[in-house]
Design a protein around this ligand. Sequence first.
Ligand code: NAP
Length: 389
Amino acid sequence: MKTQKQKSVLVLGSTGSIGESALEVIGALPHRFRVVGLSAGSRWQRLREQIREFRPEAAAVADGHEDIDPDDCDDLLACELYLGENGVLDLIDKVNADIVVGAISGWAGFKPCLKALRTGCRLALANKETLVVGGRMVRETAERSGAEILPVDSEESAIFQAMQAGRGSEVRRIFLTASGGPFLDWPVEKLRDATPAQALQHPNWDMGRKITIDSATLMNKALELIETKWLFDVDPGAIQVLLHPQSIVHSMVEFEDGSVLAQLGAPDMKVPIQYALTYPERVEGAGMRLDLCDMRRLELRAAEKEEFPALKLGYEVARLGGTSGAVMNASNEVAVDAFLSGRIGFTDIVKVVEKVLTEHKTGPGRELAELELADLAAREETERCITQL
Ligand SMILES: NC(=O)c1ccc[n+]([C@@H]2O[C@H](COP(=O)([O-])OP(=O)(O)OC[C@H]3O[C@@H](n4cnc5c(N)ncnc54)[C@H](OP(=O)(O)O)[C@@H]3O)[C@@H](O)[C@H]2O)c1
């Protein structure tokens, strides 16, 4: 039963790392939130368990639903079930939630997030690729419908929180922190032979496979540079990436008077997820607490573009805009898959993305169809580059 204060929440990508954490946050605050919708990619068995626990009105399975046996799926069918890529879009219309958690990974999250924004909801955005692919379109869509975008990414949440200490016009610089991933101390020559198993061992965060590889290449930070530009309307030149292996300082904002505001927290995504749901309120919830007395050191040093080729691409794409974000994202998705399946080496990921970007002629990227075409063409071009390696 919905009480007056309860907000309805739709979790897109509920079977993933962020989706599961979001459900933990919601489960710890039952008087505030009620799950009205859930969506999975292909892991419908896990979705079935979530439906049993959270009793949503409707759910969607985007992929792999051919395996669903209706005789063995009473739980799954207890709510309205939508199937296929369009099923996720229908689910958004059906439940019309107050808050949508955008936690589908990659390009697949773009259209659902756009659709959610058209409903005028609060979008708790984890899928940074949405802003990388179509930042301008996303912002314009939100402005038209009155939707709010609250960042879930820990770095973007930190910037969002620090920004509240001053006016946008008073911001001088943004310091985006990066853990550096598992290979921070590896010599460059050794990186060529890094295996998927080694790259998937993130020192601080337990995340989905794609973002874990992006953290190891620092492509994740390149994506966040672009995300930061669109979320906070800042010039990419005002964003400095700092290596911070402890993942405690989630990012910082420097104001004109020289004050630097940082947000600190344990490396636990439940904290920024909860803030995106409860903002502007802060309440006790499921997130881990930081023990400052037990902290031995906090290191910070500048990450140079020359040292990390992915960062150089991130700055270029943030400046170029248009279709270049869709191309960088698509090419990276294909290259990461190729690395995980053993078709290319670790250092080939960024090399291939750079090659595809260099050959792309950037268009304005104002229409969905243009972004879809750029995405598709970049995937084909990346496959071609991979076969030529
Ligand atoms: N994990 C983190 O700590 C973290 C931190 C900051 C930002 N983010 C961002 O949050 C997003 C999700 O990351 P994650 O780590 O949670 O990824 P993940 O564990 O791989 O989960 C991805 C979710 O998306 C679903 N999905 C995959 N392909 C789909 C498709 N074609 N259509 C519909 N749904 C699909 C998956 O469903 P199935 O599993 O059922 O196939 C799963 O529910 C990414 O954009 C990532 O960059 C993550």
